[in-house]
Design a protein around this ligand. Structure first.
Ligand code: DAH
Length: 339
């Protein structure tokens, strides 16, 4: 048997390629494309398959070149076929690459949510709002008057120690500002600008140079509450705190006062809350000291008031069962996702 000459093999391939191209470019619908596919690329009786068989008839030395030519032709026809199919699909309104199957389930949109501390702050504002307390803000950079002096914390008081506060550098001789160490500053700012009766809460950041551990952080949040009007007593203070605690934690919570001292309240107490069998200290409270009322121009003989300051991280940790407050600031989504 004489070998098939390489030239005629190539001519055969070329013809096939031209035929395929013209059939595919003339095709305007799925059916025509399918007919062309079977004719040229069909696995059993397609014309390409037939030529592939004739590869065996080439002379041994021609086989590598023939095989290469065959592959080129096959790739070219396959590419023309894909192009024709895309053309028909896009003209029928469907893009093969980005076809949208409207019957598939949608991909879920991942929604974020509020940080647990923000949620706690909003919840406190909501509960206290229902008790008639308006939510107000104060600056985080404060002067000595609002952070200390008006709150009856005199110059020599250890709470003013530079080691316990973030003082800001200022011109020599000027009274240094500081990052507020407590939200009690807002009591003063509000009383200076308004007359009693007053019911406010203020929630925000405070700063102290503490080493971070499970219960301390150089920045944390406080809730400050203040109520001033004629005839206010410790009984009102305790009722408000108990109402707050049972709304925030649950009906079975207990509130306990322990005698304490704060320069701006007299008498002063530590506020503990018991919930789920454990007492936790939540902050301080007391009756606004007459010296503070005088400092803002109120008459201590006609009005009295109570104030309290609670740690937002503490009540959030208690509420959500968090045992290390640093977790609130790590921004680890595995932690945050749980709320
Ligand atoms: N400002 C106090 C602190 O940071 C907490 C506090 C105690 C606030 C007694 C008050 C209060 O309003 O009456 O430790």
């Amino acid at each position: 048997m004489t070998a098939v000459p390489l030239d005629s093999f190539r001519a055969e391939l070329e013809r096939l390629r031209a035929d395929a191209e013209s059939a595919l470019s003339a095709a305007t619908d799925d059916t025509a494309i399918e007919v062309a596919r079977v004719e040229f690329l069909g696995a059993r009786s397609g014309r390409l398959k037939a030529i592939q068989k004739s590869l065996g008839g080439l002379a041994g030395a021609d086989k590598p070149a023939g095989g290469k030519q065959f592959n080129e032709a096959k790739n070219a026809i396959t590419a023309s076929f894909e192009a024709a199919r895309n053309r028909v699909l896009s003209s029928s309104g469907l893009q093969s690459e980005s076809a949208i199957d409207v019957t598939l389930p949608g991909s879920p949109v991942r929604l974020g949510h509020l940080h647990p501390l923000t949620r706690t702050i909003r919840r406190v504002q909501e509960i206290m709002g229902r008790l008639g307390f308006e939510s107000v803000d104060g600056p985080e950079v404060e002067d000595q008057w609002h952070n200390f002096e008006a709150l009856a914390i005199p110059a020599e008081h250890p709470a003013r120690d530079p080691l316990d506060n973030f003082y800001l550098a200022v011109a020599r001789g000027a009274d240094p500002l500081l990052l507020r160490s407590q939200t009690s500053t807002v009591q003063i700012r509000v009383m200076e600008n308004r007359d009693p009766p007053l019911r406010i809460v203020s929630l925000g950041r405070v700063y102290r140079p503490d080493t971070a551990d499970a219960t301390h952080y150089p920045m944390f949040h406080q809730v400050e509450g203040l109520l001033v009007e004629p005839g206010i007593t410790m009984a009102h203070l305790k009722s408000v705190l108990r109402l707050f605690a049972s709304s925030f934690l649950g009906g079975d919570v207990h509130v306990r006062f322990r005698p304490s001292f704060f320069p701006f309240t007299e008498p002063s107490v530590e506020v503990d809350m018991e919930w789920g069998g454990r007492w936790v200290e939540m902050g301080g409270a007391g009756m606004v000291d007459p010296a503070v009322l005088e400092a803002v121009g109120y008459d201590p003989d006609t009005v009295s008031g109570f104030a309290f300051g609670l740690g937002v991280e503490r009540i959030a940790a208690r509420r959500y069962g968090v045992d290390d407050i640093r977790d609130f600031y790590r921004n680890d989504v595995r932690f945050l996702r749980q709320f």
